[in-house]
Write a protein that binds this ligand. Sequence first.
Ligand code: GLN
Length: 496
Amino acid sequence: MRPYTELDASALREEVAAGHRSAVQTVEECFARIDALDAQLGVFLSTERALARSRAAQIDAQLARGEPAGPLCGVPVALKANMCLEGFEANCGSRMLAGWRAPYSATFAQRLLDAGAIPVGMTNMDEFAMGSSSENSAFHVSRNPWSREHTPGGSSSGSAVAVAAGLVPLAFGSDTGGSVRQPAALCGIHGFKPSWGRVSRYGLIAFGSSLDQVSPFARSTRDLELAMGVISGRDERDATCMDENALQPIVPDDERSLAGVSIGVPREYLPDSDTGEVAQCVRAALESLRALGAELREISLPHTAYAIPTYYVIATAEASSNLARYDGVRYGLRVEGSGSLQSMFAATRGAGFGAEVKRRILLGTYVLSEGYHDEWYGRALKVRTLVARDFEQAFEEVDLVAGPTSPTTAFRLGERAADPVAMYQADVLTVPASLAGLPAISTPCGFGAGTPRLPIGLQLVGPARSDARVLRVARAFEAATAHSKERPPLALEPAR
Ligand code: GLN
């Protein structure tokens, strides 16, 4: 039996389905790994071992009866704490929802259960998915498995570390402006943001509804395809969800060939003048794509510089409205004020939300307020259209756009915590595709020049609904290079 940590979800599923290992054994290996590493890494906000064990036993019993094995049969998975899964604590990394257990399951989570996956716990995150480092979690930070002094990125921090450190082969985050792609890049794993509307948002606790997407992390692109095949598709509970069946992977005759694929490299993402470690590493990755037959072309996405300010108007506007529901009445925390309902609202929100969440509610309320709405929110929507048009024009010429996922490797915990604008810059290369609703992947492409060795991600962005194409190109890159096989040093320690 191959050790748990060496198997991706696809391989693990095969072993369970074939009876080479039981689901019960598999979750025990997962828990042993969590026990060995989680105290150092800060991955989980809660685990639900009894639920996971009984589910595993149920799967083993089904297999013993000869029932068909689901596509994720016996695979332990971790979910970000802003996802509803009945009986699990979905606290969103916030004091506001500490102890709040979801009374129902998100559509995508129910599909995971139906496919035989075994959720083991809820992962740490920046509060309400606002942040890029895990430092906005109300509970604790998460640490990068490549260097514990460094951030794993955010806001889906725990889910990224869970996969990178081999605690689970597959985990889910939410990507609004980059919260899956950026931590995937910083932790050296794959993270895929589907086209907006590919995966139902029912049961994903809302931050910026026009941007949020459930997004998987994995150690192989085939696992991303596997996960997407399970969670994608129409849902009558989310009217914005695509009326399309699960995404069909493109399986070419020659998996490695990229002949006939044209890839645009935006000069705004990778200027010639940039000789930094990330730019150099990504240029080498682009050369690998060329060697596989892809044609590279320099393109321009001229509104790139406006993406961050536009995002921080639109996302905060949506957040201010979405977070209005936490008022001490219906969910979670309630702090009595001086007797009036108004003072109870104020006391609850004052105590329940952290500084970054408050900052965004204030900003969002301002940009939507009478007299400022057109000037701020209305204008941001127009610029959002311009950012989307940049991509549309590019995709008249090229099949995909490529560049770095993050402008830097992982930064040190503490380094940007006091400077929100520096923190927001972490998203400069992921936010444009988010504003345009496009599918995008971050795939490992090497390491920075310094010590400790810190991973770098290559981002590939495709036209709307071209999810299968994005995954197919990432898969060719993965097959032709060794980057995805790299594991952080601690991931090689045997589970105790
Ligand atoms: N870091 C970005 C933010 O703070 C992105 C967050 C996300 O995608 N959820 O808004």
